[in-house]
Design a protein around this ligand. Structure first.
Ligand code: ATP
Ligand code: MG
Length: 241
């Protein structure tokens, strides 16, 4: 039961980039500009996590913590159709919670931990879309930064514990810096969240839009994975080749 498993992104190349997919017992972070596909990838994983996979993976239930109110059941229905899964069955296997503030988000994860303790082995994926939006609002400005980072660190520690204690894949989305200085850098996108997120995330992936409507995924500063990038598309059936 404690064997590490990997969840498909829906794109063959993207999975290859991740050496199989989004890994359990780890935190995978994606960041990128608006429309780059973070929420679509979250929705796709809600479905692929329910399907059997390599190494004896049987599929399982999903927890989705939504901070931006972008969870859409109609998106999930069309992704379920693509994989020939029963629409209602797919929706029933997703435990959805909306987080209204950063404190609420933290509290929800406490409740999730308690629930996972009661229902061991049922849930395989925990999504937080996005990890940072409430923190940017609740702790605004330079003076609040140390406090914000402290609270964010506590939240990430809680996610780590959940991923390792219950063999769960934790998937979080993050935003990018939008200051002018950033545009002049060779790396056009930098994630927010500072050292706290950088150290807490096991794998960090940047997503970006390119001209032909495609998206590019790139592993960001990983010691384990090759520093390469792949193209993928967003369809009504979710992330695809
Ligand atoms: P944000 O930072 O604003 O939350 P995001 O990275 O979460 O952005 P998504 O919501 O995942 O972005 O992606 C939205 C994009 O997905 C849209 O710009 C659109 O191009 C594409 N998209 C959404 N639904 C479909 C669909 N059914 N078919 C094709 N493309 C779609
Ligand atoms: Mg989004």
């Amino acid at each position: 039961r404690n064997q590490i498993f990997k969840l498909s992104t829906g794109s063959t190349d993207f999975d290859k980039l991740l050496e199989g997919g989004i890994e359990s017992m780890a935190i995978t972070e994606v960041f990128g500009e608006s429309g780059s596909g973070k929420t679509q990838l979250s929705h796709t994983l809600c479905v692929t996590a329910q399907m059997p996979g390599p190494n004896g993976y049987n599929g399982g239930k999903v927890i989705f913590i939504d901070t931006e109110h972008t969870f859409r059941t109609d998106r999930l229905r069309s992704i379920a159709d693509r994989f020939n899964l029963d629409r209602n069955g797919v929706l029933e296997n997703i435990l959805y919670a909306r987080a209204y503030t950063s404190d609420h988000q933290y509290q929800l994860l406490k409740n999730v931990g308690e629930m996972l303790h009661r229902e061991a082995g049922v849930f395989k994926l925990l999504i937080v879309d996005s990890i940072i939006s409430h923190f940017r609002v609740d702790y605004y400005g330079r003076k609040e930064m140390a406090h914000r980072q402290h609270r964010l660190g506590q939240l990430m520690a809680r996610l780590h514990k959940i991923s390792e204690e219950y063999n769960i894949a934790v998937f979080i989305t993050n935003q990018i810096m939008s200051d002018l200085n950033n545009l002049e850098q060779s790396d056009p996108q930098r994630p927010v969240g500072g050292n706290i997120l950088a150290h807490a995330s096991t794998t960090r992936i940047s997503l970006r839009k390119v001209l032909n409507g495609k998206r590019i995924a790139k592993v960001y500063a990983s010691p384990n994975l090759a520093d390469s990038e792949v193209a993928f598309t967003i369809t009504s059936g979710g992330i695809d080749n």
